[in-house]
Write a protein of this length. Sequence first.
Length: 101
Amino acid sequence: RDDIAIKAVQALAFTRWKQGKYRDALARFHEMEGWMGKNPALCENIGHTYNTLGAYDYAERYFKDALQLTQALSRGTDSNEGGILLGLAGVQERRGAHQDA
């Protein structure tokens, strides 16, 4: 896929998310994942979407993938490790696992 197609799907995914159409957004995020593979930002977005849908096991898996991919980046690379950890804590909180959060 070319960059324009990827950006179009990404824009549609975020638009659907903002509209509260989380399942459609999730489908678009997974479409991107199929084209590009996993990256920290995409895994984090998928994690937030699954968390919003109440699919906590999937959310946790994607947040952990995002964290692992972020930690594999070279030092000095811009990352959102804090946001990923916050998302993971949110999953634990929703599960009632406050000690783990």
